[in-house]
Design a protein around this ligand. Sequence first.
Ligand code: ATP
Length: 237
Amino acid sequence: MAMLEISGVHTFYGRIEALRGVDLTVEEGEIVTMVGANGAGKSTLLMTLCGNPRAAQGSIVFEGRDIAAMPTHDIVSLGIAQSPEGRRIFPRMSVLENLQMGAINTDDAFFDDDLEKVFEMFPILKQRQDQRGGTLSGGEQQMLAIGRALMSRPRLLLLDEPSLGLAPLVVRQIFEVIKTLNKEQGMTVFLVEQNAYHALKLAHRGYVMVNGLITLSGSGTELLSDPEVRAAYLEGG
Ligand code: ATP
């Protein structure tokens, strides 16, 4: 059984059907990428996984349990954490306080070790731990958003457009970190991206979403060489 099994998921905003029957799986230990244009429904899928908005139809099974109707905090306690689009860190809180927020539902006994791990992965956050989140650069804020998600000790990490608005060098750093997290800590990662090239290169497997439906799936390499993917997401990009 896959770690995450999504079947026939439909999600609406009022009458707008943003997800029109999505099927997808993520195996433990994988990095899975979903690419798609602006408005395809990528963020809606990640948000539906966390229970807000709810799937109107379909099932979402995480480690054998259907979470489609669970409250968000229960989903987080089961081991799913999200770094949302646009990062949404707390700008007036310090870096350390932001990380503490991520650990709010975990046992205090883990805090120091978990914090040390995040600081090892992102040394800049250690240096800036007393600085307000809002004063960090875009790349540092992205690191903080990922770090905050990690503080909840997830088994599945959801990342919504981690490269959005970042300079190419910083994008590379962020993708390196995701790779290291997966390789060294065995973290399972599901990320959605418009930056198809880097995201598919990193991924074991990928999906393409168009208008709320999966239109293609395959290994990262297969999708990178697929003519449709190249034409829609890679050429000129
Ligand atoms: P982006 O990269 O812009 O975030 P996306 O692939 O993540 O794109 P979604 O944000 O999931 O796409 O949007 C999917 C569809 O749902 C779009 O048609 C969008 O306009 C619509 N939508 C998203 N959020 C809402 C909302 N809160 N209310 C109404 N419609 C929404």
